[in-house]
Design a protein around this ligand. Structure first.
Ligand code: DX5
Ligand code: ZN
Length: 221
């Protein structure tokens, strides 16, 4: 069994207190910080860019898991590498040059993730199995926090895990993002995920340590 990684998404945090919010979930025992970057084109929402990531990086040592929900992400990879991202995930749907984008990330010495929207087949992954360090199976349609998990995505988690295992890529993380809370996390784990993004399930709770512990408890049940 892989050690589960809990990655709170700062999308649901209080942006006016961003550094304190990040410090708090780190003290509360999370593993990675998930940073949602949205460009208003690939998804109907706008969030933050490299300057915010860079500003946080000066104060925070934790792994920054940067989820690029932007069109043509290859244009932005150098800026996020420079800002201090550790993992950069690009969407399969966001560029005709997804292989090139993954290569750019790895050539920068960072870990490369490939994200799949709920309506995207995992077939394309079969040509990218050697080029990823993480596969992010979106369990909601990207753009907003607080949505319900799309049930059909769990079968895709299992399919992705199987493809990676068959290719001898047991080292690759399978991440789920969207609608993950104490009532759904175990199903995602049973399907084969090992990285769990949680936005509202962590930041909408007043006690973040308790929120993260309930996620871990649900995984142990
Ligand atoms: C959605 C983002 C998620 C979002 C998850 O586009 O990629 O990271 O913050 O939020 P919850 O956990 O509330 O569904
Ligand atoms: Zn995300």
């Amino acid at each position: 069994m892989r050690t589960p990684v809990i990655a709170p998404s700062i999308l649901s945090s209080d942006f006016a207190r961003l550094r304190d919010e990040v410090d708090e979930v780190i003290r509360a025992g999370c593993d990675w910080i998930h940073i949602d970057v949205m460009d208003g084109h690939f998804v109907p929402n706008l969030t933050l860019g490299p300057p915010i990531v860079k500003a946080l990086r000066r104060h925070v040592q934790a792994t920054f898991d940067v989820h690029l929900m932007v069109e043509s992400p290859e244009r932005w990879i150098p800026a996020f590498v420079d800002a201090g991202a550790d993992i950069l995930t690009v969407h399969y749907e966001a560029t005709p040059h997804v292989h090139r984008a993954l290569q750019m990330i790895r050539e920068s010495g960072k870990r490369a993730g490939l994200a799949l929207n709920p309506g995207t087949s995992p077939d394309g992954l079969s040509y990218l199995l050697a080029d990823v360090d993480l596969v992010l199976v979106m369990t909601v349609n990207p753009g907003f926090g607080g949505q319900s998990l799309v049930p059909s995505t769990l079968a895709k988690v299992a399919e992705v895990r199987r493809m990676l295992d068959d290719a001898g890529r047991q080292d690759v993380h399978v991440e789920v993002d969207g609608g993950i809370h104490a009532g759904t996390i175990r199903q995602a784990r049973d399907a084969g995920a090992d990285v769990f993004v949680a936005g509202s399930a962590v930041f909408d709770e007043p006690d973040r340590a308790l929120a993260i512990e309930s996620l871990r408890a649900a995984l142990r049940e």
